[in-house]
Design a protein around this ligand. Structure first.
Ligand SMILES: [Zn+2]
Length: 245
């Protein structure tokens, strides 16, 4: 997966992010609880014979993908907000962490093996080891999906979207992640490599809830089928499929 002018674009965008850090301080509100993806879970297991289109697995490559995914998400959502005449503030910060409790959200320590958007503080945080393991096992597309999903939670807060059930919030975030990626491919901001679509499917299959998890349970995200379906609805037909746009 390649971001158009990825490396060159990072200079000005990095500057923007620093400016946003200074001006935003600490935005709160929205979802009260830190909301994680599969807390305590192992990294998604690769299916046998899964192909990686680009066999780059270094931590440097991972970090570059996170930076590219962030830059593309910022550009994408800035354009959406502009279209509807609203001001857009990028998510304040993306924080990698290594130890349990190293980062907290609203006074709650974040555990290992997790990635969250924290509305109190307006940041995304992720366990580096867990994310790199998923990146190595599933592929680089997983990084773009994960970042896109967490970024979507930040957008939900900005739009004041707060569904009654977590599963609604989660499936909409999957749909929005799909729309951000599909639209970015259509606009030429992002180019898929062979196998990237399979990597999305594989990643989504891995983050699905256990089949015996009730849909209305606190923290329910949706089954692998539901999550895959919503992601690809957004991917193929954009934000209107997510109840937006
Ligand atoms: Zn989520």
């Amino acid at each position: 997966m390649t971001a158009r002018s990825g490396r060159d674009a990072r200079g000005p965008l990095a500057g923007l992010l620093i400016a946003a850090l200074v001006s935003l301080a600490c935005a709160g509100g929205g979802l009260a609880e830190p909301e994680g993806e599969r807390p305590g879970a192992d990294p998604p297991a690769a299916s046998p014979g899964a192909t990686r289109a680009d066999s780059t697995t270094s931590v440097a490559e991972f970090k570059q993908d996170v930076a590219d995914a962030q830059a593309i998400a910022e550009r994408y959502w800035a354009a959406q907000f502009k279209q509807s005449g609203q001001r857009f503030q990028p998510i304040r910060q993306i924080i990698p962490y290594q130890r349990s409790g190293e980062v907290s959200c609203g006074g709650q320590a974040l555990p290992r093996n997790n990635a969250v958007y924290c509305s109190r503080g307006d940041f995304i945080a992720y366990d580096v080891a867990w994310s790199v393991a998923a990146f190595r096992q599933v592929g680089d597309a997983f990084v773009f999906y994960l970042l896109g999903h967490e970024y979507a939670h930040g957008i939900q807060v900005r739009l004041g979207i707060n569904y009654s059930f977590t599963i609604q919030q989660e499936l909409q975030a999957d749909c929005m992640a799909g729309a951000y990626l599909g639209d970015s491919v259509r606009s030429g901001a992002l180019t898929l490599a062979e196998g990237d679509l399979d990597e999305f499917r594989e990643g989504l299959a891995a983050v699905g809830d256990d089949p015996d998890q009730p849909w209305f349970a606190e923290g329910a995200h949706g089954t692998a089928e539901q999550r895959t379906d919503m992601f690809f609805r957004g991917y193929e037909r954009s934000l209107k499929e997510c109840g937006l746009g």
